[in-house]
Design a protein around this ligand. Structure first.
Ligand code: VGL
Ligand code: ZN
Length: 209
């Protein structure tokens, strides 16, 4: 496969806190870097996302007295999984991995910066209403097919892929360039939800990575 002018590689949340040694390390998370860098060489157009929470964010267990990480809480927009503090604005944990070799990336979009709303998706926050602006950007640039990779398959990658479909884009998740958190069957659920939304699933070798 040859990536075209209307294809974009969207690299989700490859940040220190999701990598080994981070506060919300995704198992085997650093294994995504080599395939992502290989994909980066085949795509002319690349964009990155960066989870970017203020201190005291509503998705942190520490913001809810008596609650523990990986439990849940009811927020105004529905059930929210509680996480260890991660990707706090301006901290080393929020930095994109210096091992990413994507100097030609054209956009870094930050998400999750509203104190009371989480944002797994790069397109729409967890209230399912507030847009991040990414769909408008991609449309205006003329992209029609989005290839997604990064962390984590079952949260930010999966939700972004489903919302990409909803916004009218083709969406392809590059499976070997992603790793999952896999909380209580969340990975299997995510693949089911993605398939139902028309998200395609590919391996990086099949798309030139
Ligand atoms: C993510 C949990 C909390 C992700 C971000 O990048 O998948 N997961 N914040
Ligand atoms: Zn987060």
């Amino acid at each position: 496969m040859q990536a075209t002018e209307t294809d974009l590689l969207l690299v989700i949340d490859v940040q220190a806190d999701f990598l080994p040694g981070g506060t919300l390390a995704v198992p085997d998370g650093d294994a995504v870097i080599a395939p992502i860098n290989a994909l980066g060489r085949t795509f002319k157009h690349v964009a990155l996302t960066q989870d970017w929470h203020p201190a005291g964010h509503a998705s942190f267990a520490t913001s809810h007295p008596g609650k523990k990480p990986f439990g849940t809480v009811r927020l105004a927009y529905g059930e929210q999984v509680l996480w260890p503090e991660h990707c706090i604005q301006g901290t080393p944990g929020a930095e994109l991995s210096p091992l990413l070799a994507l100097p030609h990336a054209e956009l870094i979009i930050r998400k999750g910066y509203r104190p009371g709303i989480d944002s797994y998706s790069a397109f729409r926050e967890a209230d399912r209403i507030t847009p991040t602006g990414l769909a408008g950007y991609l449309r205006e640039r003329g992209f029609t097919r989005i290839f997604l990779c990064g962390l984590a398959t079952d949260y930010c990658v999966g939700w972004s892929a489903i919302d990409a479909r909803e916004a009218g884009f083709q969406a392809v998740v590059v499976e070997d360039a992603c790793r999952a958190i896999d909380l209580d069957g969340s990975l299997e659920r995510a693949w089911g939800d993605m398939a139902a939304a028309g998200v395609e699933r590919e391996e990086s070798w099949a798309i030139g990575g």
